[in-house]
Design a protein around this ligand. Sequence first.
Ligand SMILES: Cc1ncc(COP(=O)(O)O)c(C=O)c1O
Length: 376
Amino acid sequence: MFSDRVLGIELSGIRKIFDLAQGKVINLGLGEPDFHPPEVVKKAIEDGVRKGYNKYGPSKGFSELRGLIAEHYRKYGDFSGDNVLVTVGATEGFLATLLSVVNPGDEVLYPDPGFVIYAPHIKIAGGKPVPYPIYQENDFVPAEEDIKKRISKNTKAIIVNYPNNPTGGVMEDKDIKMVIDLAEDYDLLVISDEVYFRLVYNTEPKTFLGKYDKLVFINSFSKEFAMTGWRLGYLIAPKEYIEQIGKMHYYAVACPQSPIEYAAIVALKEAPDYVEFMKEKFRRRRDLMYKLLSEIDGVEPNLPKGAFYMFPRVHVDDVVSVVKDTVKRGVLCTPGNAFGNNAEDHIRFSYAASEEDIEKGMEIFAEVVKKHRKKE
Ligand SMILES: Cc1ncc(COP(=O)(O)O)c(C=O)c1O
C-alpha cells in the first residue's frame, strides 16, 4: 500500500516522551520563541485579510516582499528579488531545494547532532544522508577532517546550520571559510540553514551569504519575528536556482499564503529589528540557565553563542531515563539522541522560557540528575 519512500522515514519519538508529563508543565523543550509577533504585524494580517489578500498570489512570492527580503540582506551582497523564493517556512524551502538538486544515489552531508528534518528530507529526495559529527570540545563546529573524510565522488551537497540547533554553536569567519574551501575543492553545493541568523550573542551575525556562488541560503520569519505558526520562509540563491527550485515549490504549494506575505511586508518595513528585543531577553535567560546548569554536579554545559538552546553533556548511565524522569516531574526537555547518533550523552534545553520557569526547571532537573549520577 505505502511507498518505500514514506516507509523509509519515521516521525520523531519526542512526542511520546513529552506525553509522560501530567498537568501543568515547564516547557524547556520548545523550538520557538515564547514571544508573539510584533503588534504592527498582528494588525497587518487582519488588514491583509480585510483588504482582500485572500487569493492565490505569485508562486515565488509577492514581488514587493521578494525585493524587501533582498534589501534586508543588502549588506551581504548585491541581491535582487530575482534571487529570492518565498516558501512555506524554511521547512518547505529545504524540501524543495533537495528535491531540485539531489539525484538518486547522491550523497548529502549533514551535521550530527542536527535538526531533525535533514536526514528524512535527503532520503525523500532519493539521496543518501551522510552525517558528519560536531563536538562540544570544538564548540559544536565541525573539524575539517571530519567533513573531508566523508566526501566521496557521489557527494553533491553539504548542509550547514549556524547558529545551530540543538547546540547553540556559532561559526566564526574562519570556520565558514573552511567549509567554503572544501565546497570549492570538491564542487559541492552548500545549503546553509540560517533560521537563527540574527540570534547571536556578543557578536555580529556570521553568514555564508555572499561568500560562495553555489549557495542556497535558507531563512524564515519563524524565529526572527516569532511567526513560527504562520509558516513563512525564504531562500536566497542564484537566479537559475530560484527558477528550478521554484518549479518544485509551485507543484508542492502553488504559492505562499497571501495575507501572511502581506504581514511579512509590514514586518520588514516597520519592525525589521524586532529580533533585538527578543535577543536581550534570551541573553539574560541563557546566562541564568548556564549558571544553574554549571552548579549541578555531573552536568557539563556549553555557553552557546547563538539560537536559544543549551546542550549540556550529562554524566549519567542513561540520559534517556534522566529525560523521562525530568519530564514526568513536569519539565520538558529533549534527549540528545533525538538529533542523531553522536550526542547520546547530551540533553537539549530551550531557554525560550521565563526566568521563573528556568529556575524552577533547573531545580527539578538537578534533583533528577542527583538520583541518576554515575558512580565514578
Ligand atoms: C535549524 C532549523 N531549521 C529550520 C527550522 C524550521 O523553520 P520553519 O519554521 O521556518 O520551517 C527550524 C525550526 O525549529 C530549525 O530549528
